[in-house]
Ligand binder design. Structure first.
Ligand SMILES: Nc1ncnc2c1ncn2[C@@H]1O[C@H](COP(=O)(O)OP(=O)(O)OP(=O)(O)O)[C@@H](O)[C@H]1O
Ligand SMILES: [Mg+2]
Length: 254
């Protein structure tokens, strides 16, 4: 008998999110759709204020949406209680931010262990060993974040996001605080997670040389899907920048 197809890691349907700013109602998201397939790497681009972070936070269930549905691993997030959502998020979702968000008083290794539930205790040591090795951080495992470079801190943040083997990894400008060499190393690492481990990734960025590592680029404008760009595996930042500017009608410099 054939094994059933894995569930779609992430399916966002017609989501709307508004914020009240003084007397004005701002549509941060105004009917966004997005479907991420297993083993797919999707970048989200768009001008400042176009809704990228709001979309990522909605995908992560960190904010409620006004309308529409967010399905993670087949589960509609709006159907879960707060406690169930927290557990579901821990077990199915890894999230990485620009600012790393590591606990300064814990070593690199203990930061990685932090999200793991008790039931993982028996296998946690070997999972952490493997992550440290895969992310080339074994030699730095006992250092606290303050003694690590930005690139190293982000690698630890990625390892922490992967410790529960999530269905999907979400990253909001993961290279935004890094120099270009460390940023490229993080992009290569994310690409390898997709190619070698079959992870699914959604990454927000406004930089073509970062977005080019994805399979597909979703361009947002004013909280709506403006365009989908395909990278077709050629890592060409000029081509991405050109397509992106064309999508935006040449109105935003990158
Ligand atoms: N908590 C909030 N309260 C009020 N308005 C908000 C809030 N969060 C986002 N917005 C508004 O929603 C819109 C989209 O914001 P968002 O942070 O998603 O943009 P972004 O594309 O991530 O921008 P950037 O590239 O600057 O990070 C903006 O107009 C922003 O001012
Ligand atoms: Mg943002």
């Amino acid at each position: 008998m054939q094994s059933p197809d894995p569930p779609t890691p992430l399916h966002v349907q017609q989501i709307v999110k508004t914020y009240q700013q003084g007397t004005a109602k701002v549509f941060a998201l105004d009917g966004v759709d997005q479907k991420v397939e297993p083993g797919e790497f999707v970048a989200i681009m768009g001008a400042s204020g176009s809704g990228k972070s709001t979309l990522l936070h909605a995908m992560a269930g960190l904010i409620d949406v006004d309308e529409g549905r967010v399905k993670l691993a087949g589960q509609d997030l709006s159907q879960l209680s707060d406690a169930a959502l927290t557990r579901f998020r821990r077990d199915n979702l890894g999230i990485v931010f620009q600012a790393y968000n590591l606990i300064p008083s814990l070593t690199a290794e203990d930061n990685i262990r932090l999200p793991a539930p008790k039931r993982m205790a028996a296998k946690l040591d070997s999972i952490v060993e493997e992550l440290l090795d895969r992310l080339d951080m074994t030699a730095r495992r006992h250092h606290k974040p303050g003694a690590l470079s930005g690139g190293e801190q982000q690698r630890i943040a990625i390892a922490r996001a992967l410790v529960c083997n999530p269905t999907i990894l979400l990253a909001d400008e993961p290279t935004g605080s890094l120099d270009s060499i460390s940023g490229t190393q993080i992009c290569e690492l994310l690409r390898n997670l997709v190619d070698q481990q079959g992870h699914s990734i959604v990454m927000v960025t406004h930089e073509p040389h970062v977005a080019m590592w994805a399979d597909r680029i979703c361009v947002l404008k004013d909280g709506t899907n403006l365009a989908e760009l395909r990278t077709d595996g050629c890592r060409n930042p000029q081509s991405v920048a050109h397509q992106y500017q064309q999508a935006l009608g040449g109105e935003v410099a990158v």
